[in-house]
Design a protein. Structure first.
Ligand SMILES: C[S@@+](CC[C@H](N)C(=O)[O-])C[C@H]1O[C@@H](n2cnc3c(N)ncnc32)[C@H](O)[C@@H]1O
Length: 215
């Protein structure tokens, strides 16, 4: 069991990037968003990619269990916010962005009824195998029909190093999201840019991008 709250408290946030993810920029058009459309960012951390989405004119709705992460996001990006309690969540609101502080598995379809697309970087792959099944099933339940999902994964020999991030193969994506139309947009070995994996003697790290479509 990974203690994410503790990780945030200890500053063990090696996944965080201060720049926009290049795959989001490259493949955002595959989400076929309307101008001003709403994008759901599950397990968002303090992802700078949310700023990119806002700058493109989209609305963002997100969920994160660590209040520290959410508050860091607003403070570091100088965004004024308010907080309200609502059932199982503390809801952080600002212009065009709402972040639910709480457990992803407590979100329901009503929370996401206006969502047109989902951006998943570092979310599915943050979870061990049993939770990935639960996560994919819950995604299918809560996101509206017609939604497209931009999903970024890693695939490497899991026996050579422990997660997170966990290895998720193309076959696993297909089986987890069998209720979605699934298209792999890109996949390449990027071991040269992964010093932690190189040091552990991992033979390859494939980075894959998918577009899933909930019919
Ligand atoms: C590996 S980080 C990725 C964060 C972000 N997607 C990014 O790319 O920077 C995973 C995040 O998921 C959050 N998290 C894990 N399980 C969660 C859950 N069940 N509900 C809400 N947040 C969760 C953790 O606190 C952590 O911030």
């Amino acid at each position: 069991m990974i203690d994410w709250i503790q990780r945030w408290e200890n500053g063990e946030t090696g996944w965080h990037r201060e720049v926009t993810n290049d795959k989001l920029v490259e493949f955002i058009d595959s989400l076929k968003l309307q101008a001003g459309g709403m994008v759901f960012v599950p397990l968002c951390g303090k992802s700078y990619d949310m700023i990119y989405l806002l700058k493109q004119g989209y609305k963002v709705i997100a969920v994160e269990m660590s209040a520290l992460a959410i508050e860091a996001f607003f403070h570091e990006n100088a965004i004024a916010y308010t907080v309200q309690k609502a059932e199982k969540f503390s809801v952080y609101n600002a212009d065009n962005i709402r972040i639910f502080c709480g457990d992803y598995f407590d979100l329901d379809a009503d929370h996401l009824s206006k969502v047109e697309a989902v951006y998943d970087r570092g979310s599915l792959i943050a979870l061990p195998a049993d939770l990935r099944v639960k996560y994919a099933q819950h995604s299918h339940t809560i996101i509206p029909s017609g939604c497209r999902v931009l999903l970024l994964t890693l695939h490497y020999p899991q026996s050579q190093i422990d997660g997170p991030p966990f290895s998720v193969s193309e076959a696993e994506v297909g089986s987890l999201f069998e209720g979605f139309e699934c298209q792999q947009l890109q996949c390449f070995n990027d071991i040269k840019n992964e010093p932690k994996f190189q040091k552990a003697g991992v033979s390859f790290v494939e980075k894959a991008t998918y577009c899933l479509h909930k019919k």
